[in-house]
Structure formats: C-alpha cells, structure tokens
Design a protein around this ligand. Structure first.
Ligand code: SAM
Length: 630
C-alpha cells in the first residue's frame, strides 16, 4: 500500500489562494463568496435558519443542534458560535455543531484562512488551539468551557451521517457546487439528512439546483427558492413539517454517580457543567481514594498494529484526553512527552510493523532512535522507541478533587451503596452510611466493585486485577524528564518521588503492599532501563521500607472499557442505568472521552462516538446469556 493511503491520516485540502480567498484545487470551487464570506454565511445559513431568534427561544439549560455538510475553513461554525454567544438563553445551554469534512485544512491553512475575519479572532483562536491532528474519525471539541461542543467527523459525508447519532434542529448544506462535488449531494445523503432531523428542523443551502430541490422535497422538506447572497440569484431554504411524531430523549435532571475515581469525577463534572444535578457517591471519605489515588499516572494507550475499531477508540480517547487536560497544565497535568520504549525484541518488532502499516501525523507520535530517546527522556536508554509529544503524566487524586467541586455536585462520601432499587421511575440507592439517595438515573463507575452493584447479578465479564506501584526516591534513580513506558512505566520525579509500576496480579486480592511486588517492579525496571536505577542504592532502598500503593483495576474479558446504557441478558437495555468502567490501567486516557459519551447519552445530546465505537464500548458485549434478576 502506498504511504499516502495508510491509516489513520486523512488527505488534507489542497488550497489555491487567489486574491487572498481560498479555492479548492481538487474541486475547482471557492470555500466562500469572494465579496464577503462572513456576510454570506450570516445571510445564507444563519438568517435562513432563523438562528438568532431560535437561539433565544432555547429552554434554559437546553441545547440546540446544527449539522453542517463541509466544515472547510470553519467560517460558518465561527459565525454561528458568535451569534450563539449573543443570543443564547443562559450559561447552562449548549450549542452542538456537528460537521463533516473529507479533506480537512491543515492547521497552517486554517490559520491563514481565519485571519481574514478579525471580528471572529477570539473564537478562531480557540478553534485553532483545539483543532485536531488530521486523522480520520470523530473529534469532539469542547469550546467556550462547554457552552459549545463541536463534533467534527473527518471522513466522507455519507459515512459520517450513517455513523453519527444526533437529531439536528437546523442544517447548513454547504458542499461545493453540486456539479463539481456530486458525492456531497447524493440522494442517499439527503435521505440521511431527513433521518437526522426533528420535526420543525430547518435547512439552508446556497445552491438552487432543481435536482437538489426535488430530492429535498421527496425526503419530506418543504423547500423554497429565495434570493441568493450578493450576485447569486437564488438559494434554497427548507422546513421539515411538524406533523411527524418525535419523542425526544428526555435529558436526566438528577443523576447519581457511584464511584468518585477518575471516571466518576469526570462524569459528575461533565454533567454538572451541562446543568444536571449530580450526587457523587463513594464509600471512601474523599474522591480519588482507590485506583485513581496514585500520586502519578501516565496518559498512555497502546495503539494496535492494525488500525481497527479498538485502535481508533484508543487514538480518539488519547487525543481527546490531551485536549481535555490542557487547562490543568502545570497544576495536575504535566505534558512532558512519553516514550514507548522498544524494550524487548518482540516490542521492537511490533513497533516496526506498527510504523510500516500506519502513517500517524508527527504531532501524535513518531519513531525515535536510541540517542534521541535518551535525549528526550534524559535517561540512557538501550533502544529507541515511539515518542508521543502530547502525552505526559497526571496527578489523578488532585484532579478528582478539583473536578468534584461544583455547585451542582452534591458529594455523598463515606456512603457504602449496597443495592439499587427501582422506585416510581427513579432509582433509590440503599446501603450503610450517608443520606438516602434518589435520582432519575444512576451510573455505576465503581471500578472493580462495579459487578457488586449491577442489579442484574450474573455473568458480566468484569474482573479485578491487583496492581502495586513503587515510589522511588532520587537516591535510587536517575530522574527521567518524560514518562517512559515498557514492561513498566516510570514517571518523572515529583516532590522527590517517581512512581513506577504496576504489577499485574490476577486472582490476588491482597490490599497491602508487599516486598515481593516491590522487588518485581524494581527488577522489571532494571531490565528495561539498566541505566536508570543504581542497583546498589535501589537494593538498599528496598531494604529500607520502600513505599508504594496497591489498587485494583477493573477490566473486561477483552481488556476494553465499557460505557453507556446497561443491557440485560436479552440484549434489551435496562431503564435509566448506565455503566462506565473496565478502564484497566488506561483510565486516565479513556475516561475523559467516555465520560463525555455517557453524559451525551444522559442529556439526550449528540453522541461523540460513531456507531462502530459505541458497539466497541457497550455493555452488551460483556454479559453472557442466562442472567437472572437479583
Ligand atoms: N462550510 C465551510 C466553511 O465555513 O468554510 C465551507 C465548505 S466548502 C464550500 C465545502 C467543503 O465540503 C470542502 O471543505 C470540501 O472538502 C468538503 N467536501 C467535499 N466533498 C465531501 C465529502 N464527500 N464528504 C465530506 N466533505 C466533503
């Protein structure tokens, strides 16, 4: 296969700048009107969808969904964001903008294109800072502190509309002219537009081609030709009549989140930011006490040699987590870069196959030879590896605490939930300690204790794996400047301590640290990075009561996370109960995106995962048949 077609990269747009206006070389058409692109966007798309007025009518704490065909330079999006800022009903409401782009602009071209609009500068700046690397798939961007959520699908339009779950209030049909961009205007695509619309949905498009007008009318839209912008004679505006029944997924008003580890805290905060009242329950007296209580944790995923759904999930999660943690930089988030060391011949071989079969942009990862690996990490390594410049390490317990502090989050710590009981369309949590908790919906994020709480006791394929970490001091260790992962991970020194680990002990329930586990960690580290540990001092350190921590990871039979509605043995979903667990040792990378996804479900907002990844994470796959109600 030619390198240009290797996954997961996506071909960028090729632009020609004529009089400062971008034109597509591939399609031979302009991205926007030569006279005034911003005014055109406002006239065609905002005005003909009656957006400013409709924004003002959104219910407090509600949301409005716009879907666009062709993200291009993001001009329409930025003009919409600006209008939302002026007309949105309140601070807790969310604008969702779902857009697709088959040939995304490079960051450099995006910056160039957006300098044309000085009045959009603050919005453009935030978009550019969050603009994802050019890889296929879905990128959810959280902007304006969550008031604006952009779901950007890098791929073909038909594939996007088939894969994404959302219902639009308004459409911007903005491909290039149908004559030069037929793929954008297929009848099948228009059928998808209808399928993703609510009754009362409006649409606008700059084109007035008769075939498009007829296809939209055949799909059920009432379409009118109206005056176009500037020198264009006509354009189309449409409405899907209100007569079809539609039962919008009612968003939850109150949610109980069980488990205040990284998954539970991220979810609670995400929901609270969207205006939902949350009770955050944990048997411990504070958040981040169990598996998320390590002093340090790396944001790391092992990307597969094959670019399959599992790899896409890992990559999408990693990129989302890097964007998500950016505001916490230098507090709990330390993006030092991360080296995936080719620490054994097998791993070296795997990395070579991975690099041959894939083409990742260098802003995500690139191979480094031994000298470069040593320079980047500050440790003499024996081999090279793969360098992830945007990864690093977190202080998870501190992050959990910060996330859990919000006016809409009621903590219920030291509460030991034993059972979940349905009560008049709600859930009641019973157990010992803490107040009685009743909520519309409940989410189990209780790590390895999750199986005990699931009302359908039985064969969910979840298991618990003991992991012990070791705290090394600078007496025993040459300090790395970046995270190193291999047979073990090793973090940079923080406050005189660098965390290494963890052991992987199946069927071991010992909650205490053991000397054997410390020895195992040190031995593995010694083999992996002979230059880092001083064998004599580290042995001396061992004999002098080295410190560490034991935690239990929750994982599934296929070592992939679980997120979303809980399904029973018959494949039907249980009412108002959700799971977010099975994150194994990759919680810091997976949890931000999966919490976003579960929050999307709970609030009835567009999903940030395409259907192929929804299937990868759903609980249906982890239960065996034949379960009985407890
Ligand atoms: N809305 C954009 C803006 O605000 O700058 C302008 C969109 S431009 C007129 C049309 C866009 O559709 C181009 O960026 C083009 O790459 C994209 N496009 C063309 N064919 C596509 C396809 N089959 N699937 C997805 N996007 C496509």
């Amino acid at each position: 296969m030619e390198r240009a077609s290797l996954p997961p990269q996506i071909e960028p747009a090729e632009l020609l700048w004529r009089d400062g206006i971008p034109e597509s070389v591939r399609f031979g058409d302009l991205y926007f009107n030569r006279e005034n692109g911003l005014e055109e966007a406002r006239y065609v798309f905002l005005q003909h969808n009656q957006l400013p007025e409709r924004f003002g009518r959104v219910q407090a704490g509600g949301h409005f969904v716009i879907a666009e065909a062709g993200f291009g330079t993001g001009l329409n999006f930025l003009a919409t964001w600006q209008a939302w800022n002026e007309h949105k009903p309140d601070q807790a409401s969310t604008l969702h903008f779902v857009s697709v782009e088959r040939f995304p602009l490079t960051r450099k071209d995006l910056i160039h294109a957006l300098t044309l609009w000085p009045e959009l500068t603050p919005f453009a700046k935030e978009l550019i800072e969050n603009y994802p690397p050019l890889v296929r798939g879905v990128h959810r961007l959280i902007l304006d502190e969550g008031r604006v959520r952009l779901t950007l699908y890098f791929g073909d339009i038909l594939e996007a509309w088939e894969a994404l779950e959302f219902r639009a209030d308004a459409w911007f049909l903005d491909g290039f002219a149908p004559a030069c961009n037929p793929q954008m205007w297929l009848d099948k695509t228009i059928t998808q537009v209808r399928a993703h619309s609510k009754p009362g949905t409006t649409l606008a498009t700059f084109t007035s081609v008769g075939r498009i007008k007829r296809a939209l009318a055949d799909a059920g839209f009432r379409v009118e030709k109206t005056r176009g912008f500037g020198r264009k004679r006509d354009m189309l505006a449409g409405l899907l009549p209100d007569e079809v029944g539609f039962d919008p997924a009612a968003g939850a008003k109150t949610v109980a989140v069980i488990g205040a580890g990284i998954a539970g805290c991220l979810l609670a905060r995400n929901l609270a930011d969207r205006g939902v009242e949350v009770t955050l329950v944990d048997s411990a007296s504070q958040p981040g006490a169990a598996a998320s209580g390590n002093r340090q944790g790396a944001t790391y995923v092992k990307l597969g040699v094959e670019f399959n759904d599992q790899t896409e999930l890992g990559l999408t999660s990693l990129l989302f987590s890097q964007r998500f943690y950016t505001p916490y930089r230098d507090r709990y988030w330390h993006p030092t870069g991360l080296l995936q060391l080719a620490w054994s011949p097998q791993e070296q071989d795997r990395q070579q196959r991975f690099l041959r079969r894939n083409a990742y942009p260098a802003e995500i990862l690139y191979p480094v030879a031994r000298e470069e690996a040593s320079r980047l990490t500050g440790i003499q390594t024996q081999t090279g590896g793969i360098w992830f410049p945007g990864s690093g390490w977190l202080e998870p317990a501190k992050l959990c605490k910060a996330l859990s502090e919000h006016a809409l989050i009621t903590p219920a710590f030291s509460s030991n939930v034993e059972r979940l009981i349905p009560l008049n369309g709600k859930w009641r949590l019973t157990g010992s300690g803490g107040p009685e908790i009743i909520a519309d919906r409940v989410v189990i994020c209780a790590g390895h204790l999750s199986p005990e709480l699931i009302p359908l006791k039985g064969e969910y394929r979840l298991k618990s794996i003991r992991g012990q970490v070791t705290h090394l001091t600078d007496k025993a260790l040459q300090t790395p400047k970046a995270v190193i992962c291999g047979a073990r991970y090793l973090n940079p020194m923080d406050d005189g301590v660098a965390v290494t680990g963890a052991t992987f002990d199946l069927r071991d329930t010992n909650p205490e640290t053991t000397r054997e586990s410390h020895e195992e960690n040190m031995k593995a580290l010694q083999d992996m990075l002979p230059g880092a540990l001083d064998p004599e001092s580290s042995l001396a350190e061992l004999s002098g009561q080295v410190e560490g921590k034991v935690a239990f990871r929750c994982t599934t039979h296929d070592y992939q996370p679980v997120a979303g509605r809980l399904y029973g043995a018959d494949g039907k979903e249980l009412t108002d109960i959700y799971l977010l667990t099975g994150l194994g040792s990759k919680g810091l990378s997976y949890a931000p995106l999966l919490a976003e996804y579960v929050a999307d479900q709970l609030t009835g907002q567009p999903a940030c995962l395409p259907s192929r990844l929804v299937r990868r994470v759903e609980s249906r796959r982890i239960h065996r048949s034949g379960m009985a109600l407890s």
